[in-house]
Design a protein around this ligand. Structure first.
Ligand code: FES
Length: 124
């Protein structure tokens, strides 16, 4: 069962816009009347795509001009490389996105213990 999260009012979204929730950052856009959501982190150096020029569903990263199709996250000019996409819908005028459950963050101590334990089990 998807975890539908309300984002922006569809009639107020005039350009792709960043939305953050539960450790996820997604770029929400409406293209030809349909809502779309992709991970808002450029595959080059992680820049947010918000503010990039968007024409006909293709957004250009504002940092170094890599281009993505917001309908499927595809990096233009590189087959098979794409941003993560997330299901979207409009309910009562609000765009909702289905985000995966947030990954629980571990403290540094927990990370070190997990690493140490994984090393021990592989040596056994
Ligand atoms: S960070 Fe997007 S193209 Fe470089």
């Amino acid at each position: 069962m998807p975890n539908w999260t309300p984002t922006f009012r569809a009639d107020e979204l005039v350009a792709p816009r960043r939305f953050e929730d539960g450790g996820h950052a997604v770029l929400i856009a409406i293209i030809e009347g349909e809502p779309h959501a992709v991970a808002d982190s450029c595959l080059h150096k992680g820049t947010s795509l918000q503010g990039g020029v968007c024409k006909q569903g293709i957004i250009t990263c504002p940092s170094h001009w890599w281009r993505y199709d917001l309908r499927d996250g595809a990096l233009q000019g590189s087959s098979g490389v794409h941003l993560a996409t997330f299901p979207c819908r409009i309910v009562d005028g609000t765009i909702e996105v289905a985000l995966p459950d947030p990954t629980p963050s571990l403290s540094l101590r927990q990370q070190l213990l997990a690493h140490a334990r994984s090393g021990r089990s592989s040596d056994a």
